[in-house]
Ligand binder design. Structure first.
Ligand code: HEC
Ligand code: HEC
Length: 294
């Protein structure tokens, strides 16, 4: 390429010089026959005429050819030859956590796992209660009847098992779980009771979500049909235990000062919420047979 630049510049320059010389000869001829006998050129007999301007132009040409060459071939590889950075990886070859997270998760779970429409995966309480297995299962198979898609190829997604492992391990490694001592377990160990749940709701939740769960200025409705239709029971439980720090939602320790929720209260309040779920949300005409079937 260097060679290419050089020859480009010199071809350009020598052509220029020929033109200049020709012009010069013409001017010289004119001078000889000029009546005042004065040369309009100032070479004053120093051999071949070498006017200043064209040489300067030639220098400029060389410089810009160099600049162009530099721009064309940073790294001086033969033109057109791709570097490793230019070769796009096939989707299944991407092994970089940041790229995998960015391409697949960021839209719903937010930058750096800080939450968006869906929970913050980088929430330390969440990472403390959710095992690798829980995270792997949700990522691979999705969550039924919710907006969480399945990503494993075996479930119709686009990610290989390897890529799912990278996501699971790196999320934990990068967004370290601080200890959340005494947090209720991820899954319920006891059956829930909606009646007891109503009491727990009044004690821990009504202050923000209103006496019936229909919302106040401090927290929106959480018994809304469409909301309950799209959220899993586990997601309600996850929210109650781990909170939504991104939305200003407390975790299990912080609803009432110095009075953390017990595992039973968590299970009961979730049962109370689930009891508000309608069989045919968004289908206001129960007579419609199709709606009944769905
Ligand atoms: C289209 C939005 C969307 C995308 C994209 C998405 N998620 Fe989710 N995710 C959700 C929603 C909504 C939930 C809650 C589902 C429920 O249980 O109701 C969820 C739940 C989860 C859970 C389980 C949370 C729990 O309660 O235990 C994990 C783990 C998770 N997502 C990981 C991921 C990962 C990893 C990616 C990227 C590979 C991803 N998600 C991409 C919307 C999304
Ligand atoms: C300090 C106020 C506050 C308290 C107390 C509170 N919440 Fe919330 N809650 C919020 C805010 C803020 C949001 C998110 C923004 C919104 O929906 O208004 C929220 C959202 C939610 C959501 C929806 C999360 C999502 O996926 O979008 C659920 C479910 C919920 N709260 C349940 C509860 C339950 C159950 C309790 C009691 C155990 C409770 N909240 C107590 C403030 C509160």
């Amino acid at each position: 390429m260097n060679y290419f630049t050089h020859s480009l510049a010199s071809v350009f320059c020598s052509r220029r010089r020929k033109e200049v010389d020709a012009t010069h000869r013409a001017i010289g001829a004119g001078t000889a026959s000029s009546p005042d006998g004065l040369s309009r050129n100032s070479n004053r007999g120093r051999g071949r005429p070498r006017p200043d301007r064209p040489v300067f132009k030639c220098w400029k040409t060389t410089a810009s050819a160099w600049a162009m060459a530099l721009m064309l071939c940073a790294g001086c590889k033969p033109p057109g030859k791709p570097t490793t950075a230019d070769i796009e990886l096939k989707p299944e070859e991407v092994r970089d956590f940041a790229a995998l997270y960015q391409q697949n998760c960021v839209g719903c779970h937010g930058q750096d796992g800080k939450g968006n429409s869906a929970l913050a995966l980088a929430n330390p309480v969440y990472l403390a209660i959710a095992s690798d297995d829980v995270i792997r299962r949700a990522t691979a198979s999705g969550v039924r009847d919710s907006l969480m898609p399945a990503f494993a190829r075996s479930s119709g997604g686009m990610l290989t098992d390897d890529q799912i492992e990278i996501l699971v391990h790196e999320m934990r490694a990068r967004w370290k779980a601080k200890e959340a001592l005494g947090a209720p377990p991820y899954a319920a160990n006891e059956p829930g009771d909606p009646a007891r749940g109503a009491a727990a709701y009044a004690a821990f939740c009504a202050g923000c979500h209103g006496p019936e769960g229909k919302g106040t200025k401090k927290g929106s409705s959480i018994i809304d049909d469409s909301f309950l239709a799209l959220v899993s029971d586990q997601s309600l439980r996850t929210t109650v235990i781990a909170g939504r720090p991104d939305l200003g939602h407390p975790d299990w320790r912080n609803y009432v000062p110095d009075r953390p929720m017990t595992p039973q209260e968590v299970t009961d309040v979730v049962a109370w919420l689930v009891a508000h779920r309608k069989a045919n949300a968004g289908q206001p005409y129960p007579g419609n047979e199709q709606a009944q079937k769905n």
